[in-house]
Design a protein around this ligand. Sequence first.
Ligand SMILES: Cc1cc2nc3c(=O)[nH]c(=O)nc-3n(C[C@H](O)[C@H](O)[C@H](O)COP(=O)(O)OP(=O)(O)OC[C@H]3O[C@@H](n4cnc5c(N)ncnc54)[C@H](O)[C@@H]3O)c2cc1C
Length: 295
Amino acid sequence: MKPARFDYVRAESIAHAVEVLANAGGDGKVLAGGQSLMPMMNFRLVKPSVLVDINHIPGLDRIELGPGAVRLGALVRHRMTAQDLQVARHIPVLHHAMKHVAHLTVRNRGTFCGSVCHADPAAEMPMMTLLLDGTIHVASPHGTRTMAARDFLTGALTTALAADEMVTAVDLVPPAAGTGWGFEEFSRRHGDYALAAIAVLMERADGRVRNPRIAMMGIADTALRLTAVEAALAGREGRAHVFDEAAELIVASITPNTDLNASADYRRHLAGALARRALSQAWDRAGALSGGDTP
Ligand SMILES: Cc1cc2nc3c(=O)[nH]c(=O)nc-3n(C[C@H](O)[C@H](O)[C@H](O)COP(=O)(O)OP(=O)(O)OC[C@H]3O[C@@H](n4cnc5c(N)ncnc54)[C@H](O)[C@@H]3O)c2cc1C
């Protein structure tokens, strides 16, 4: 299929991009990697009157390690995030998660920020942004603002971004030294969107779980940070039955959808199985980093 007619504007700067968005009267769309937007336009699921191409704005294609955060600019492609040495060193769980994102051609064009803006409930980047206490940097003709990822992601393919705003970067907080991580994903074929996935961070001290962080996707309308489960797990002994209990709590607390790919019951089963594995992985990695502290 072909998209409906649209005007195309090549933005020269962030100010230019948001001015065009503002003048589009709520009907403009940012074009980043185009890997989600173009298929949706071809199916006429979206019919923007104006496409604002941000691909030529200088300075947005950087990954920068700052005090307390790794910043991914709006033109950082999936391939760059996957291959960046700072990401691999400071946020190994993200380095690992990127291996599950799509295929080479999509990774060469798709952007981290574009995925967060697209807010697909089965995409890795929104989940990782929640896990890593992400902050979204937003620009509009009125200035700039920041939003916590948990406030930004409001539902399936829905965010708190206004029509005249664009995302300029996402900040991710690297885990503290000694933090273990776990990541589990199930999809029909490698590179497909996941049926369900989970990412876990935890520290380990005196045989107990410290500062657990758990995010999931594919099990609700949007990626989720499971703060109630985190609170229940914090301070508990790192034993298999404790991780089983946490997995059961996850299963009891989610309300997945039934769709073409899987039933709600199957997704619940997946969530429990993946959670048990990812929690144990994070615990074991934290143990290896802390010299094998055992209860
Ligand atoms: C075959 C295929 C397989 C895929 N598999 C996966 C997968 O396994 N996992 C996964 O997570 N994704 C997958 N994707 C999606 C891919 O990751 C996209 O790259 C991503 O969803 C969107 O990023 P983009 O830069 O391409 O954004 P675009 O397609 O350009 O834009 C997507 C949406 O975000 C908006 N947007 C983009 N950037 C900004 C910005 N800076 N400010 C404001 N709004 C913005 C656009 O207006 C549009 O509404 C797949 C895509 C394809 C085609």
